[in-house]
Structure formats: structure tokens, C-alpha cells
Design a protein around this ligand. Sequence first.
Ligand SMILES: Nc1ncnc2c1ncn2[C@@H]1O[C@H](COP(=O)(O)OP(=O)(O)O)[C@@H](O)[C@H]1O
Ligand SMILES: [Mg+2]
Length: 283
Amino acid sequence: MRNLLKVGLRRFVQAQSRYAIGDRHAVVIAVAAQKGGVGKTTTSVNLAAGLARYHNKRVLLVDLDPQGHVATALKCQIHPGGQPLSAILEDDKNGTELLDAVTTTSIPGLDVPPYDDRLTATEDLLGTRIGKEMILKDKIRITRSHYDVILLDCPPHLGNLTINGLCAADQVLIPCDPSPLALKGVEALIHSVATIAARLNPEIDLMGVLLTRVDGRNTNLNTSIVSQIEESYGEGLLPVRIGINSSLAKAQSEGRDIFAFDQKCRGASQYRALADHVVELLG
Ligand SMILES: Nc1ncnc2c1ncn2[C@@H]1O[C@H](COP(=O)(O)OP(=O)(O)O)[C@@H](O)[C@H]1O
Ligand SMILES: [Mg+2]
């Protein structure tokens, strides 16, 4: 066997990455739900900020949703720089890594790719690529050795970007608000994750279901849906719950994480508790 691909021709196929391998090994957490408005972005942003601020983690937060809400939610804190994520995902030849898309923020330890208005087109383009589900996983081979945690804020449907997120992920965190539709979305997502585990990513596991937007006043609805969720998911339901807190929405529209916006509000203490719990789970 001459093995030409391995010895010589490889240089025609893919350029070597320009990055050295780091000394970390990031856990990749996909924050996903097959429904919009359940708190995926709020959770991704504030969990990422909590892990960086209170646990000294090196965190990369990647918005896979073309709506670009992560960049909006952190608009006052993101420093200029980084190539668009779409350029990295679409590149088959130049050995780019997700690291090329990274820029820093005013939160020490938290990096993000910049706002990218081309991701919708990328979603379709990925469908034409060989190994289309594994492109993101390929792009974080070296990147993950520079971070402790990579958080992926996934779009609300099971398109190419979400599937890339789930194929790159070690863990899936599923935000769910106490509504019947959100509950259906959790079931659908768990089914999809099981299929991905069987066919594409045997390493993937469920971190758990996170109850979000729990309304302290609407106790009847809450109790009935929460008990349904407890019955269905048992220990899969995380012990931390996020209540409705207008500061979370205000922080998001002001473009800052909840800890910079109002460290003392209930949303801040609940997301800090989530960060503590995630650190415990990751050991
Ligand atoms: N716990 C909460 N309390 C109050 N508002 C919230 C809470 N979580 C999210 N929101 C608001 O609800 C809307 C949808 O949340 P978001 O995180 O963007 O959902 P998703 O990413 O799942 O679409 C946003 O306006 C957000 O600010
Ligand atoms: Mg979102």
C-alpha cells in the first residue's frame, strides 16, 4: 500500500492548522431545544459568563443560530475581531479552526465569534458538503485544546447547524419553559439526540432538562407541567430552576450578561447556581 494520501498528497487536500495544540480539553455543551423562546440564548450567555466569572474557566460561546442573538445579548461587551463563523464552516481547504473566528469580551476568560449575517446561507451550503454533520467537530479539533468549556447556542429546529452542534457535543443541556409545547419539544429533541448517539456521535450524553421562565405566580399551571416533567425525566431534570425575572430580559436587550447588569437580582443568583451545578457535574 502506498498510502499517498497520508504521506504526500495530503498537502493538496487540506492545509495544516497554524495553531499549536493547547493543554486543555474542552467539554462541549450544546444548549438546544426544538422550540424558540424557551431561554436557550439567555441560558447560553449567562451560563458562559458564570463559568468564566466565578469558576475561572476558559469559555468559548458559539452562536449557531443565524438570528445572532448572542452577539446582541453581549453587544456592549464583545471586542472587535475574529472572522465570521460562516467563513470557518464553509472552508474546506485552508485548515481554518474555530479559533480563527474568536474574539475576546470584557468578561475575562469568555470568548465568542463576532456577529455573522451569513449563517443562514451556511446552513444550506453545509448540506452539500461531504460529511456535512461533522464539519463543526472537525473545526474544533485544536480549538478545544485551548478552552475548558465550549458552549453551543443552537437554533430552534433540527437543521444542519443544530445537527453539527449535536455531533460536536459531549453533553446536551435542554432549556424548557413550563408550557405544553415546550414539553413536546423536549421529547422531540431527546429522540433526535438518541438517533444522533446511535448513528453519528456515540459520545453524546444528556446533561439534563433545565426549567426556565418558571412563573412564581401561576402556580397551578406550573405545578401540573413541572410534575409532568419530573415524571418523564426524573433525575434528568436539573435541580436548579430559572424563574421569570425581568432583569434577564433587560440585560439581554442592553447587551450585557446578567452579572454585569445586576449581580444581586434573582436571575443572577439562579444562573450562578446553574454554573456551580454544571462545574460539579463536569467534575
Ligand atoms: N427567566 C427569564 N425571565 C424573563 N425573561 C426571560 C427569561 N429567560 C428568557 N427571557 C426572555 O425571553 C425571550 C426569549 O429568550 P431567549 O433566551 O432568547 O430564548 P431562545 O434562545 O430559546 O429563543 C427573550 O426576550 C429573553 O430576554
Ligand atoms: Mg436564541
